[in-house]
Design a protein around this ligand. Structure first.
Ligand code: AMP
Length: 433
């Protein structure tokens, strides 16, 4: 940000500048590729929804609804919210379009911006992006594992190493109420040892105490009853099978009895994926999700089991950028360029011919760079060098008249003259080498 800038992005929000676009695109493309391989189809829902969709679906006492939603009244008097998450919105769409009439499971994926009024900090923004996958109509634990595997694969394709999956089961409406009572009694007896947030959570959503990161709450958490020991038979069998599938798929996981995730709609399996490094821990989960068999019922009364997860794009970008910076430093500051050809021109006729020639390169799918606005050859060659071009094509007044062009090898400085109509084929040949 420059000192003169009067207006800035709102707190916790950021521009995605041109230099970062390739990283974002790579993440979206990788996710789409993997999701489609597993039969997920793209869906897009509006950025704004009825606020009640989230208060009902995600839960009134969750942080998202209680503290983080951007809500407003429209001119027509509707109470709306900028979407804070995808799952409720996609479930709304599934119900609204009668997708339960389609052959199940219905597997959907999406990506885009979400809004949460959180305290901005490392890895936490107020507008951020997610890649989200949801599968409706399938209760098999195999699907829970498949969702985990897909997110693990997306991260692996993006060359993440040291990934670890944390899993837990938070039971369902049969076993959770009893566990909740047990936990509440345990916590009530130790209320004075809890942080102020947890004292509130204790009344509203006691499971969330397990997920508290405050130092003060750790000793209480450490001896709290664990839900795994209180699952009903159905949830126990389901969880056991998820773990067996994870073993079968050779996915690196560990049990985390404190993993409850913030939202009300989860049932049975919950999981998060981290990079198992110091930085990874500081950054927080790269992806997280789980089964939400109760959500469609809460929203529509229909019993539709479902499972899904989301990955945070900014967090992935942060790791990839850090890695890119390291390899940039290792290459002593030379940026590896996608564009290997720079087209330089001198004079009016050459400039006109360059316009036509750039079009030929576009059709031949050879990316080129140029600076048509510059007239000095020296400046243009400096630009070619800066972007790391391997070849500069020089079209001067003489060449433009003779129908030729100079190919300059930027590394050796060697120059060849070829007929202009042959230059595409010649460059194809040279770039293939
Ligand atoms: P959630 O929707 O809370 O389950 O989060 C899923 C993933 O989205 C997390 O694992 C993070 O990678 C990412 N995420 C959640 N909240 C934020 C935020 N405020 N800023 C950046 N990324 C976030």
């Amino acid at each position: 940000m420059t000192k003169q800038a009067k207006f800035q992005t709102p707190s916790g929000m950021h521009d995605i500048l041109p230099e970062d676009q390739p990283i974002y695109q790579k993440i979206y493309n990788t996710a789409a590729h993997v999701a489609e391989f597993y039969g997920f189809q793209r869906i897009d829902t509006p950025i704004i929804e009825d606020a009640e969709l989230f208060s009902k679906g995600v839960g009134l006492t969750t942080d998202i609804v209680e503290k983080q939603m951007y809500t407003f009244k429209s001119k027509g008097g509707d109470y709306l919210a900028l979407r804070p998450e995808f799952t409720a919105a996609i479930s709304r769409s599934y119900i609204e379009h009668g997708m339960f009439n389609l052959s199940q499971p219905v597997k959907l994926y999406t990506s885009g911006p979400l809004f949460r009024y959180e305290r901005p900090q490392f890895g936490r923004f107020r507008q951020f992006h997610q890649i989200d996958l949801e599968s409706f109509g399938e209760k098999s634990p195999a699907i829970d594992t498949q969702i985990i595997q897909i997110f693990h694969n997306i991260l692996k394709e993006l060359k993440f190493k040291n990934l670890v999956i944390e899993v837990n089961s938070i039971g369902d409406s049969q076993c959770r109420p009893y566990y909740k009572k047990l936990l509440t009694n345990y916590l009530k007896a130790r209320e004075s040892s809890l942080c102020s947030d947890c004292r509130r959570r204790l009344r509203e959503n006691p499971l969330r105490v397990l997920d508290c990161k405050e130092e003060k709450c750790q000793p209480v958490k450490a001896h709290a009853p664990q839900i795994i020991d209180h699952l009903c038979d159905e949830c126990k069998v389901h969880f056991k099978q998820v773990l067996e599938f994870l073993d079968e798929a050779e996915l690196p996981y560990r049990l985390n009895p404190y993993l409850v995730r913030g939202l009300d709609y989860y049932t049975k399996t919950v999981f998060e994926i981290f990079e198992d490094t110091e930085q990874g821990k500081a950054l927080g989960a790269l992806a997280g999700g789980g089964r939400f068999d109760a959500l469609v019922k809460i929203l529509s009364g229909k019993d539709v089991p479902a499972t899904g997860a989301a990955a945070g794009v900014e967090r992935i970008v942060q790791v990839l950028k850090e890695r890119q910076k390291k390899s940039f430093d290792a290459s002593q500051g030379k940026e590896p360029s996608q564009i290997k050809v720079f087209l330089a021109q001198l004079g009016e006729l050459a400039k006109r011919k360059s316009l036509r020639l750039s079009e030929e390169f576009r059709k031949a799918k050879i990316p080129i760079a140029e600076s048509l606005g510059k007239d000095s050859l020296k400046t243009q060659l400096r630009s070619a060098d800066k972007i790391g071009a391997v070849y500069a094509l020089i079209l001067g007044q003489k060449e433009a008249l003779e129908g030729t062009i100079i190919i300059r090898d930027m590394r050796s400085g060697k120059q060849d003259i070829v007929k202009i109509e042959k230059v595409i084929a010649e460059m194809q040949k040279r770039l293939e080498k």
